[in-house]
Design a binder for this molecule. Sequence first.
Ligand code: FMN
Length: 418
Amino acid sequence: MSRQDRKIADALTTEDLWKLMRRRVPPIVSEYFRGGADAETTMRGNVRAFQQSLTTAHGALKFPELDMSSSVVGQSIDVPWFIAPVGSLRSLYPKADAIASRVAGEYGTVMALSTLSGTTLEEVAEASTGGCWFQLYLCGGRETALRGIARAKKAGFKGLILTMDTGVSGMRAMHARMKPMEAAAPFKGLGLGEMITLALRKIALGPQMMVRLPWLLDHFGDGGLIKFVNVIDENGDPMPYTDIGQQLAASAVTWDDLKWVKEAWGDENPLIIKGVHCAYDARKAEELGATGVIWSNHGGRQQDRVPPVLHIVEKEMPLVGDTKLDFMMDGGIRNGTDILIALSYGLKAVGIGRVTAAGVGAGGYTGLNRAFEILKSDLDRAMRLVGVQSVEEIQSRGAELRRENLLMGDGHLPPFEF
Ligand SMILES: Cc1cc2nc3c(=O)[nH]c(=O)nc-3n(C[C@H](O)[C@H](O)[C@H](O)COP(=O)(O)O)c2cc1C
């Protein structure tokens, strides 16, 4: 067992794994995964909303077995969480997307692959035994998106997520100040002066790379800077990493797009809309053919100062009214009690974004497997202590499992880690 694997085995919380990820991965890369938009109020709020939520507990109960299974958009899952789409995961660890789909499958759940990923749809589907969903951005325009949809269908993806909250990209200032795109730019085609500037920029990264040699060796061993191999242009070429900002800016989704996306995807497998903040949008998504909705503020990376997702769920979900939609959420899930609390609002499953990055970034398969082990044992403990035997029971007993928070201030809350 390597030293890193021993540290991973010793991790008891997802925060422990997050710290291991931050030590292994250079800041110019890890900051992309950490950051939120603007003042990061919403990013922190997602986590704080869970920390401020309380549960009841029932003693004198003993359950021989727990049932953590759930069913979402017609698919059975053995644990009530799935891997939320996280772009550029492969910059944390070689073939990270395929690792994520393998681990999710081993726990009987789904991995959602981002359009902005560096591992092919086909490889990710092949690594999975639990099924994959493809998260679609309209980068490169309609024809490029249609190519992506056709590939996802052929590779056996079981769901399509359309993310609707990226009309423009959020302002993540700390990462922007590190100028990652400038540092990643190729020398090709530059004049002498620009070449010298770029060389100095790359040299300046030396110190943070040198103390993270295992990451650096993994990075070059895995082919260096990723290409977006699931965004293929009309010449068959993948989108270069450095085009991301410009492409995202041109890829805003509208309700009209939903119609052709739905037509191309077909009715056989579910269409899920992600990034929904209000009942009105959830109803509209259903009218246009969606079967699932993910309440999400993109992990606080888009519009800052929108409410924490848990508060959105609490206020907006009851307003949707009569519906056949399956509801999920992501944002701020860090442990098993968070999952229990989210499910008590009637959600079918929750997504994990930065927890996936923590696990995979700490140490690939070993790290992500440990993240899943931690969540599973956390949820097991929380269910036994609260006194519920199944996910279905959490969903149906709902508010009865929660307690009003009468604590004043936030002095009792743990320090914010991620
Ligand atoms: C580094 C990073 C990259 C992300 N990339 C995508 C993406 O490509 N597509 C998408 O729909 N959401 C993306 N998200 C949002 C996640 O799917 C999810 O909404 C968010 O991470 C949930 O919050 P959490 O990180 O607190 O779990 C990304 C989030 C992070 C942190």
